[in-house]
Design a protein around this ligand. Structure first.
Ligand SMILES: C[S@@+](CC[C@H](N)C(=O)[O-])C[C@H]1O[C@@H](n2cnc3c(N)ncnc32)[C@H](O)[C@@H]1O
Length: 298
């Protein structure tokens, strides 16, 4: 497939408008791993266990693709690099490639170099691996792979292009572990018109949109088998609530880094995010996929 005909989601400019606010700002209210996606909670852990719950999430995805000792793993949308580092440091992965569109995130990782890790400022649309991957993970990036103005058909085509690339890049029987926010079981057409939804996609995450579960199943049909599917929306409600409370508690420090308008915008977004997950307007999907290929047909 030619890169020129692959529908692109959020542009690098749109991504940078959110993720390049300032690394020190995100360091204030994320946990020390700088994971910027839903944690994986267990039992009645206290809120102070956020870092533990984030590391558990990283290990969940690593285990889902059977990363232990793997030669090559790809992380699509690697953020500040928590997963690629965890893969090489804890799971014995020999080489991990991370893709991001954020200059600030890549600069942060560049200050922590590791010969086993390759962080690239590159869209998956343009990625051309030199050899196949044992496994692929993508956490919290799929939300940026289609634009709000796409028709239903264009949106699913964009997602299908992603699954086709992953299928093409994986070794036979290789696995893809995907984590993404989705719409819940709601009337999407109505919810899309609500002012809070417009705030999310006009202001906070421009040029982005949420998938539905059925979008993902349709787009991956014939390419991947679903091995596992869980909706952990309460886990994200809790994660966002902790981020919100931490940012509010560190307001004075935040205002030394960003202006009042940016602070207000993030406070509103984090509070609203906690609400929409807890009220089930949105879901948090973790999906384990295994590549369909001829080697599996017997
Ligand atoms: C919410 S962050 C998640 C980061 C990380 N996975 C985590 O869990 O902390 C979304 C990431 O997706 C990346 N991203 C968005 N669109 C992308 C694309 N087309 N290709 C590669 N990365 C992309 C952003 O640059 C950012 O690093």
């Amino acid at each position: 497939m030619s890169a020129t005909i692959t529908p692109r989601g959020a542009s690098p400019e749109a991504i940078r408008s959110h993720y390049d606010v300032a690394n020190e700002f995100y360091e204030l209210w994320l946990d020390p791993t700088l994971c910027y996606s839903c944690a994986l909670w267990e039992g009645d852990e206290p809120d102070s266990a956020l870092e533990t719950a984030q590391l558990r999430k990283l290990d969940f995805h690593a285990n889902q693709i059977r990363a232990k000792g793997a030669a090559r793993v790809l992380d699509v949308g690697c953020g500040w690099g928590s997963l690629v580092r965890r893969l090489v440091e804890t799971h014995g992965v020999q080489h991990a490639t991370g893709l991001t569109l954020s200059d600030a995130q890549a600069a942060w990782s560049a200050q922590r170099p590791d010969p086993r890790v390759d962080i690239r400022i590159e869209s998956w649309v343009d990625h051309q691996p030199e050899s196949p991957y044992d496994g692929i993970i993508s956490v919290g990036a799929f939300e940026h792979f289609a634009k709000a103005e796409f028709s239903d058909e264009q949106r699913i085509a964009a997602y299908r292009a992603f699954f086709q690339r992953c299928h093409q890049w994986l070794k036979p029987g290789g696995r893809l572990s995907l984590q993404t926010i989705s719409y819940g079981n709601v009337d999407v057409a109505t919810v899309k018109e609500q002012p809070d939804t417009k705030f999310f996609f006009d202001v906070i995450f421009p040029e982005s949109v949420l998938p539905t579960i059925s979008d993902i199943i349709t787009a991956s049909n014939g390419l991947f088998e679903v091995e596992l599917l869980r909706n952990d929306r309460e886990h994200y409600g809790r994660t966002c609530q902790i981020w919100y409370r931490t940012l509010v508690a560190r307001k004075a420090e935040a205002l030394k880094i960003v202006d009042q308008e940016t602070y207000n915008r993030f406070v509103r977004y984090l509070k609203l995010s906690a609400f929409v997950f807890n009220a089930s307007y949105t879901g948090l999907l973790r999906i384990g996929f295994r590549k369909w290929d001829e080697s599996r047909m017997g």
